[in-house]
Design a binder for this molecule. Structure first.
Ligand code: ADP
Length: 476
């Protein structure tokens, strides 16, 4: 049943729910109406019985033989009618029938009614014969000083017919109302869900080639409209990611192609006119240089891909920052010395963070490498670490060519170089900062740049201090 129900369309299910709810409300309402009417009619019959009693009792008398007699007196004078319709019995206290006045021939009366049991006021409904129900009131009375029990009757047939008609009309009306509700529900559901079908049709048409398409959204304020808005926003983000991916692939192919083309060209020239050993040596040298560039590029791409692929948090260990900075200074000392640059390390005492050492080192190596590359000879490059209340800040500052503010965001994108030609000759492919940014973000930190053209640059890494880590971890 559950599986059957789930296989039905939403429209169908809504229509059924609608019909069921309507039927339930109608049944409850009809039941309420039935109860009220029944109560009112029963109360009316009982009121009539009391009136009958009050009319009959004073008109009873005893004839000289001691028999109880009914003498119709009154202002209306409609004796015949009163005689016809009055329906009562008079019983003595010792359960003896004193007078019976029924509107049916005496012969038809079967003695089915036992004598009154109590001498108190009592109402009851009895079935005289099949389908003939009467309401009975028994009440003690007096006939010329003699105590009797008077039993008054009223036919309930009319009341029962009215009630039966209510039931019949309801029984006929409910299926009709239910069917109408179901049809109405189906039509309403069809109309309300129509935008959903349009969305589904459009969504089916959206492929990786047509990510710019959007779902139709006739009314952004209703629930379906909000769904379409959220979906369209997701599509916008997907489109952006897709475009970024395509750009990345195109850039990567381009970057890979250049050294390969150079390798091929140099190789072909050497093959054609390579008779001179000195020239061949030079050719092999430049081929090796290109091969090295290729290796660096592929390494950087692999690093990026690995960082993007791992979704788990970085492995954390306690890293002593001054020690790490000194290690990096030692690593770059020779390179800096080639340009007569000095590398200075300054740090607060015992600054430590819980972080992935390899990733942090990778980021710092890229920053220091850039600083050396983009600073003039005889300049100073500073590495500093400061402990702040909530985090630790590590900065790499140089007094080099600087970066114009409009490039501050772009330099962290893969393959972006402020000055492509110049950077290529220096060997960079534009992946260093992209790698550094991802490495720091995977550690729960962030990387910022402060720089202006020809005023040097400061790259700041902010890493949460140990006590901030648990909350940071959950946001990675
Ligand atoms: P690259 O491999 O070219 O160094 P990066 O991603 O490391 O690539 O840097 C991107 C660009 O940002 C560089 O091409 C350079 O133009 C600029 N840049 C990075 N660091 C510095 C710096 N310290 N001073 C000036 N420009 C910089």
């Amino acid at each position: 049943m559950k599986a059957w129900w789930r296989r039905r369309s939403v429209r169908f299910r809504l229509a059924l729910w609608y019909a069921a709810a309507t039927a339930l409300v109608l049944i409850a309402f009809a039941w309420f109406v039935y109860e009220v009417i029944e109560h009112r009619l029963a109360a009316e019959i009982d009121r009539q019985l009391r009136i009958d009693f009050d009319l009959i009792e004073p008109q009873l008398g005893v004839d000289p033989q001691g028999h109880v007699q009914w003498a119709v007196r009154g202002s209306h004078g409609d004796e015949g009618f009163a005689r016809m319709s009055a329906w009562f019995e008079v019983w003595s206290e010792n359960k003896e029938l004193l007078l019976r006045h029924w509107p049916v021939p005496e012969a038809n009366i079967k003695d089915i009614l036992p004598p009154p049991q109590t001498s108190t006021l009592r109402f009851a409904t009895i079935e005289l014969e099949r389908g003939l129900f009467v309401r009975v009131m028994e009440r003690p009375g007096r006939v010329q000083g003699r105590s009797v029990v008077i039993r008054v009757f009223r036919d309930e047939t009319e009341m029962r017919r009215t009630l039966r008609e209510i039931v019949e009309v309801s029984a006929l009306g409910f299926p009709l109302a239910g069917a109408l509700a179901a049809i109405g529900g189906y039509v309403i559901a069809t109309r309300s869900l129509a935008p959903l079908n349009a969305m589904a049709r459009q969504a089916r048409r959206i492929t990786s080639e047509s990510l710019s398409k959007r779902l139709p959204n006739p009314n952004p304020n209703d629930e379906l409209g909000r769904l379409a808005t959220v979906f369209n926003e997701t599509l916008t983000r997907l489109e952006a990611s897709f475009a970024e991916l395509q750009r990345f692939t195109a850039d990567a192919s381009h970057e890979l192609r250049s050294p390969l083309t150079a390798l091929r060209a140099v190789g072909e020239v050497a093959l054609r006119d390579g008779h001179d050993p000195t020239m061949l040596r030079e050719t092999i040298g430049s081929m090796l240089e290109e091969a090295e560039r290729l290796t660096d590029l592929v390494d950087a791409l692999l690093t990026l891909a690995r960082m993007d692929a791992t979704t788990t948090g970085a492995a954390r260990e306690e890293v002593n920052i001054p020690t790490l900075l000194e290690e990096i200074r030692d690593q770059f000392e020779v390179l800096a010395a080639e340009k007569s640059q000095t590398l200075a390390v300054s740090s607060d005492h015992n600054v430590a963070v819980q972080t992935d050492r390899t990733l942090l080192r990778l980021a710092l190596v890229n920053l220091v490498h850039n600083a050396i590359q983009h600073s003039p000879s005889n300049s100073k490059i500073s590495l500093a670490a400061v402990r702040r209340p909530r985090d630790v800040e590590i900065s790499v500052s140089d007094s080099g060519q600087g970066i114009a503010p409009e490039y501050h965001e772009k330099i962290f994108e893969p393959f972006f170089r402020v000055d492509k030609a110049r950077s290529r000759s220096g060997g960079g492919v534009g992946l260093g900062l992209a790698i550094a940014k991802r490495a720091i973000e995977r550690n729960g930190g962030r990387i910022l740049v402060e720089s202006e053209s020809n005023r040097g640059s400061v790259f700041r890494i902010e890493l949460p201090s140990a006590s901030q880590l648990p909350s940071m971890l959950s946001t990675i």
